[in-house]
Ligand binder design. Structure first.
Ligand code: UDP
Length: 335
């Protein structure tokens, strides 16, 4: 199938593009390349550089490329930034995404896979979080995701859109080949930062709080491999055949892992020390967030290939140690 991958040059989008090619689909990437990386994409793929709010361009591409399914990964995704600049987030994640939906409606393309996030749950429900937990976002970013989920629901009823919505827990890891991986600027995520400490690029990892009501006092998260996330997206295609239906899935390995356990996993993968120190809690962090993914397993036959944190961190280490400056690395720069 011809699949328009909006935001396909980003971290999760680029892994999905490779899987689409591998499974016999034709991905066409649409990306403004502001936060994504052209180098993350194989030479075989058509890349259209453009803005998702550009109704005319998106509409033309949908028709010209005979798109059957849109995958929508293009979002700004920093909680802290969304609190400092909410307009940026509502403009990009909401207003421009509405333009995408309008272009889809007018072009007669009504199948969409949408990247949502466990951030929509805020701290209102205890983990494990199933799809029936009520959304209660506590950040502008979370609101943009929860709002778009609702909009898709209305579009399904009004215009017959069919959608698969995936709420990712902590996307992590890198392609097993070591060719592509995570490269954010600035980097705020725990695993890449801990690896930067192992690589000597940072002196010490700041652990945000060790006085939570958790086994070792640090926050618990559910780290799920980026290739496993991609696999779920492709498994959902048959679900999109029925018009007017929305399918929502939480994607996580269902295993809570603490910040200190990530430190240990990075030390194991790298055979190096990760120095850390304790800082105050970070605003907006919930003590524990991990998934109940039984719906994805039962309905889609989804089975994570990287079910434990050591296997996930090993792929991240391979990527970061071979590409210490991300996509800007020189070929023989590895330490
Ligand atoms: N974290 C930390 N130090 C860092 C970055 C993150 O202690 O430099 C903690 C953070 O407080 C959270 C966990 O690591 O408990 C995962 O944070 P991340 O930003 O990777 O993902 P989030 O769960 O916020 O989406």
């Amino acid at each position: 199938m011809n699949v328009l991958v909006v935001g396909g040059a980003g971290y999760i989008g680029s892994h999905c593009v490779r899987l689409l090619e591998k499974t016999g689909h034709t991905p066409i990437v649409f990306d403004n390349l502001r936060r994504g990386h052209a180098d993350a994409l194989p030479d075989t793929v058509t890349v259209i550089e453009g803005d998702l709010g550009d109704y005319g361009l998106v509409h033309d591409v949908l028709i010209r490329e005979e798109i059957e399914i849109v995958m929508h990964f293009a979002a700004y995704a920093y909680v802290g930034e969304s609190m400092q600049d909410p307009l940026l987030y509502f403009e990009n994640n909401t207003a421009k995404s509405i333009a995408l939906l309008r272009a889809m409606k007018d072009a007669g393309v009504r199948k969409i896979v949408f990247s949502s996030s466990c951030t929509i749950f805020g701290d209102s429900s205890p983990s494990p979080l199933s799809e029936s937990a009520s959304p209660y976002p506590i950040s502008a970013y979370g609101h943009t995701k929860a709002g778009f989920e609702s909009l898709l629901d209305y579009c399904s009823k009004a215009y017959g859109f069919s959608a698969a919505i995936f709420r990712y827990f902590n996307a992590s890891g890198a392609a097993s080949s070591g060719e592509i991986g995570e490269d954010h600027s600035p980097e705020t995520h725990l695993i890449p930062i801990a690896i930067q400490c192992a690589l000597g690029q940072r002196k010490s990892l700041a652990i945000f709080g060790n006085d939570y009501d958790t086994p070792d006092g640090t926050c618990l998260r559910d780290y799920v491999h980026v290739d496993d996330i991609s696999a779920a997206h492709v498994l959902a295609f048959p679900k999109l055949q029925e018009a007017g239906k929305i399918h929502i899935y939480n994607l996580g390995t269902e295993k809570p892992t603490s910040v200190l356990q990530i430190v240990t996993a990075v030390e194991k993968a790298s055979a190096r020390k990760v120095h850390y120190h304790i800082e105050p809690r970070r605003d907006g962090d919930v003590p524990a967030a991990y998934a109940d993914s039984s719906k994805a397993r039962n309905e889609l036959g989804w089975q994570p290939q990287f079910p434990d944190i050591d296997s996930i961190v090993a792929t991240a280490w391979r990527w970061h140690s071979r590409h210490p400056r991300g996509y800007r690395s020189d070929p023989d720069e590895a330490p």
